[in-house]
Design a protein around this ligand. Structure first.
Ligand code: NAD
Ligand code: MG
Length: 387
C-alpha cells in the first residue's frame, strides 16, 4: 500500500516563493497533494494553478476577485474571500506554506498554528509584528514552524543538535547577508540610488518588497527579529555578517568556538523543499555546489552607517512590545511609497525612523492590539509622506 500524500496549502501562490513552491510540488506528485491556494490580483495565474493542481479551495482578496475567478475555474472549487477565507483554507491541511507578502500573512500564520499543523513560513512580517500572539499559538499540540527564509532554515538545520531550551550551548547566531545591490556604496552615492538600482539584486530573484528591503538592509533587520522569535534567542546573541556570494546561508557559533554552517547554491527551492519534506530530505539538483572549480567565500562586517536599518531593527527588538510591529508596518508603507514613485530610496529608512520616534509603548497582549498597532504605525507613516 502506498503512503497517503501530505496535504499542502499554499498561500501567496502567485508570488516569487509561491511559484517556486509549485515547482517543488510538481516534482513530488507522489508525496504531496496541493489542496488549497490563495493569491492577490493575478487571477489568470491563480486560475491556472487551481486547474493544473485540481485544488479544492482557493482564497482571493475581495468579492470582485471572487466573481472574476469563478468564471475561470470549475464550479466544484470553493472560492473564499479575505482574511477569514485564508483562515478557513489553513485549517485542515498538514502543511501550510505562508508565502503571502507583508502583514497580510498574519491570518495564515495564526490559523495554521492554531490548527496544530506545520507552518512552512516565508512570511517573516507576521512573526515580527505579532511575536507574543504567535508564541501562544505555537503551543497548540502538533503546531510547528519550519522557516523557509534561507538564513533561518540554515540555522534550524545547524541547531538540530542543540535541543536545550534557550540554547545555552550557543554563543551566537550569525545571519549572513549578501549586502544587496548597494554593498560598498558610500552614503553620497546612495543619495542618487534609483528604483532600477534598488531592484537589481546581485544574487537572489525575489518579489519587489523584499528586494527593496534587501537594498536597505531592512530585510536583514527583520531577519534578526525573526531569528530571535523563532529560536527564542536574545538579539544580543545574533550578529550579521556580509557574505556576497550567498552560499553560506547562515551559521551558528557554539560556546566552544565551533561554527556550523549550511551551504548550497542560492536557490529558494532548497529551503522550501526542506520545509515540506523534513525530517526527510527530498532528492533534487537545485543546491549542489561544485568544489572541483575554485570557490572563494568572503565575509565582512556590514556598514552600519550607510545602512542604519540594521540598528533600527536592533533598537526595536530591545524596546520589545509593539516596537517591531511598528517598524515592520512603517517599512511596508515606505517601501510601497518608494515603489509607487512617491519617495526616494534615501527617504525610506529616515521615514521609518521618524515613525519609531513616535512609538508609544504597548505590550501587544492580544491580536486586537497587534492589528491596532499596525494600523496606528501605518497612519503615522502615511502622515509623514510627502503629499
Ligand atoms: P511576492 O510579492 O512575489 O508574492 C506575494 C504573494 O502574496 C502573491 O501571491 C500575492 O498575490 C500575495 N499577496 C500580496 N498581498 C496580499 C494580500 N493583501 N492578501 C492576500 N495575498 C496577498 O512576494 P515574495 O517575494 O514571494 O515574498 C513572500 C514572503 O516571503 C515575504 O514575506 C518575503 O519577505 C518572504 N521571503 C521571500 C523570499 C524570496 O526569495 N522571494 C525569501 C525569503 C523570504
Ligand atoms: Mg532571507
Amino acid at each position: 500500500m502506498t503512503a497517503p500524500r501530505t496535504r499542502v496549502a499554499l498561500m501567496g501562490a502567485t508570488g516569487s516563493i509561491g511559484t517556486q513552491t509549485l515547482e517543488v510540488l510538481r516534482r513530488e506528485p507522489d508525496t504531496f497533494e496541493l489542496v488549497a491556494v490563495s493569491g492577490g490580483r493575478r487571477l489568470e495565474e491563480l486560475a491556472a494553478v487551481v486547474n493544473e493542481f485540481r485544488v479544492h479551495g482557493v482564497g482571493v482578496v475581495d468579492e470582485k476577485d471572487r466573481r472574476s475567478l469563478s468564471r475561470l475555474v470549475s464550479s466544484h472549487v470553493e472560492i473564499v474571500v479575505g482574511p477569514e477565507g485564508l483562515r478557513e483554507l489553513c485549517t485542515g491541511p498538514e502543511v501550510v506554506v505562508n508565502a503571502v507578502m507583508g502583514f497580510a500573512g498574519l491570518p495564515v500564520t495564526l490559523a495554521t498554528l492554531e490548527s496544530g499543523a506545520r507552518l512552512a513560513l516565508a512570511n517573516k512580517e507576521s512573526l515580527v509584528a505579532a511575536a507574543p500572539v504567535v508564541a501562544r499559538a505555537r503551543h497548540t499540540p502538533g503546531a510547528q514552524i519550519l522557516p523557509v527564509d534561507s538564513e533561518h532554515c540554515a540555522i534550524y538545520q545547524c541547531l538540530e543538535g542543540s535541543t536545550q531550551p534557550g540554547h545555552p550551548d550557543v554563543a551566537q547566531l550569525l545571519l549572513t547577508a549578501s549586502g544587496g545591490p548597494f554593498r560598498g556604496w558610500s552614503r553620497d552615492r546612495l543619495g542618487a540610488a534609483t528604483r532600477a538600482d534598488a531592484l537589481a539584486h546581485p544574487t537572489w530573484s525575489m518579489g519587489p518588497k523584499i528586494t527593496i528591503d534587501s537594498s536597505t538592509l531592512m530585510n536583514k533587520g527583520l531577519e534578526v527579529l525573526e531569528a530571535s522569535v523563532l529560536f527564542d534567542i536574545d538579539v544580543d546573541r545574533i550578529d550579521v555578517v556580509v557574505h556576497p556570494q550567498s552560499i553560506v546561508h547562515s551559521m551558528v557559533e557554539f560556546v566552544d568556538g565551533s561554527v556550523l554552517a549550511q551551504l548550497s547554491r542560492p536557490d529558494m527551492r532548497l529551503p522550501i523543499a526542506y520545509c515540506l519534506g523534513a525530517p526527510e530530505r527530498l532528492a533534487h539538483h537545485w543546491g549542489q555546489l561544485n568544489f572541483r572549480t575554485p570557490l572563494t567565500l568572503e565575509f565582512e562586517p556590514p556598514d552600519r552607517v550607510a545602512f542604519p536599518a540594521l540598528d533600527l531593527a536592533y533598537g526595536a527588538a530591545r524596546r520589545g512590545g509593539a516596537a517591531p510591529a511598528w517598524l515592520s508596518a512603517a517599512n511596508e508603507v515606505c517601501v510601497e511609497a518608494f515603489l509607487g514613485g512617491r519617495i526616494g530610496w534615501g527617504d525610506i529608512i529616515p521615514l521609518v525612523a521618524r515613525t519609531m520616534d513616535e512609538y508609544v509603548e504597548d505590550p501587544l497582549a492580544s491580536l486586537d492590539a497587534v492589528v491596532e498597532n499596525d494600523a496606528r504605525a501605518r497612519r503615522i507613516t502615511h502622515g509623514n509622506l510627502p503629499s
